[in-house]
Design a binder for this molecule. Structure first.
Ligand code: NDP
Ligand code: MG
Length: 387
């Protein structure tokens, strides 16, 4: 039996994690749950899983009287309470945005294993997280949930200590893979939210359309696997069947494959080192006789270049990239900027802030704040010019 806390239990990843819990009675015990504002769903979840603690970070409610067995916490500090104070084995961090960073650190400081979906936390505070997750291949303290990184992790399990030469991250290419630049620039949120292969939360779906999701994943791969930027390559793979690949010194390339269903990497992290049933349909290889791999187009999708530049710049540049992207996605969804301007906002924010430190949590939070202010200024300027 493993005791688990799920931060972001009402989201796409959180709900699928609870689906895995349901499939394995007696294997997982849910000790804590948090949501932001979806009180209806978290109340239902509390009734069903009877955790010790539940949190709503963005809302204050009077908890229903039949949930008196559970301690409720309201406001942003609910995340820290769930991550640090609830005595679980594992904390699944599946909130959206770098808001998850403090919880990742809190969970590690109190000895929990972190199952990490929340890539923004690692992008913003990679060194801080890494410092709290000592290398231990027998007992990993940080398990990736992101499908590409789970794939790489699984490929490296067959490496027996041999180092890799290259990590090949696959990207679906998103809904605009075949669109012309001008059309992408003015794409509507409805278009951007129509992902061809994955069903996910809103923010990551927009990131997949802009390829900022893959940009964040390049940075995530650096921290998870200690890869140099030059060792991380992205290929567009529209079928989303190969979840990523690892190339070794002898030229052998290992890939992890399967139907695109997040329950596989979620369950892999939750039950590690065991593999448990997920309800995912068996894959029929004959349906996939035409797996395509294409070079990403940096002209139409500048996000990948910006990730490599931020890694090169070091300090808090990746944190700035993430904060500017979070702000720009929000601006785009509120119609303040056009789709093509998301990358512009990120690039201008990176260019206008000088080198910033990411040595401490305070420094990272300061850099994040500065980047959000600067990107909001840039968004305001763009929207004034557009009128
Ligand atoms: P969703 O938007 O579906 O869910 C986000 C969850 O976080 C919800 O429970 C939401 O609560 C909560 N939340 C939202 N804002 C805040 C906040 N400010 N403070 C605390 N909690 C908050 O996102 P996803 O599940 O799609 O993604 C979660 C993370 O996992 C992201 O970092 C994403 O990049 C990563 N990921 C997701 C994948 C996927 O397939 N969905 C794949 C790989 C990685 P409420 O419901 O109340 O708003
Ligand atoms: Mg991914």
């Amino acid at each position: 039996m493993r005791d688990i806390v799920i931060l972001g239990s009402t989201g796409s990843i959180g709900r699928q994690a609870l689906d895995i819990v349901d499939r394995h009675p007696g294997r997982f015990r849910v000790l804590g749950l948090t949501a932001h504002s979806n009180d209806q769903l978290i109340i239902e979840q509390v009734r069903k899983y009877r955790p010790l603690m539940a949190g709503l970070t963005g809302k204050n409610i009077t908890p229903p009287s039949d949930t008196g067995f559970c301690q409720w916490h309201f406001g942003p500090s609910a995340l820290e309470v769930a991550a640090s104070q609830v005595p679980s084995d594992d904390v699944l961090v599946s909130v959206v945005g770098m808001i998850g960073l403090s919880s990742v650190l809190g969970a590690r400081k109190t000895g929990k294993r972190v199952l990490l979906a929340n890539k923004e936390a690692l992008v913003a505070g990679g060194q801080l997280v890494k410092d709290l997750c000592p290398e231990d291949s027998e007992n990993p303290t940080l398990l990736p949930v992101d499908s590409e990184h789970s794939a790489i992790f699984q490929c490296l399990m067959g490496a027996k200590g041999n180092t890799f030469r290259r990590l090949i991250l696959t990207a679906s290419g998103g809904p605009f893979r075949t669109w012309q630049k001008g059309r992408i620039a003015n794409a509507s949120p409805k278009d951007a939210l129509s992902h061809p292969t994955w069903r996910m939360g809103v923010k990551i779906t927009i990131d997949s359309a802009s390829m900022f999701n893959k940009a964040l994943e390049i940075i995530e791969a650096k921290w998870l696997f200690g890869a140099a930027p030059g060792q991380i390559q992205v290929v567009v793979h529209p079928e989303s069947i190969v979840h990523s690949m690892v190339e070794f010194e002898d030229g052998a390339v290992l890939a992890q494959m399967g139907l695109p269903d997040m329950r596989v990497p979620i369950a892999f992290a939750m039950a590690y080192p065991e593999r448990v049933a997920t309800g995912v349909k068996p894959m029929a290889p004959e349906d996939y006789y035409n797996l395509r791999f294409e070079q990403p187009d940096h002209e139409r999708f500048p996000a990948l270049r910006l990730a490599y530049e931020a890694l090169e710049a070091g300090g808090a540049a990746c944190c700035v990239l993430n904060a500017a992207n979070e702000t720009a996605v929000n601006g785009y969804l509120h119609h303040a900027i056009r789709f093509g301007q998301i990358a512009q906002v990120v690039e201008e924010t990176l260019a206008s802030l000088g080198p910033l430190s990411a040595d401490t949590l305070e420094a990272v939070l300061d850099a994040d704040q500065l980047a959000r202010e600067k990107s909001r200024e840039i968004i305001n300027q763009i929207s004034r010019e557009d009128i």
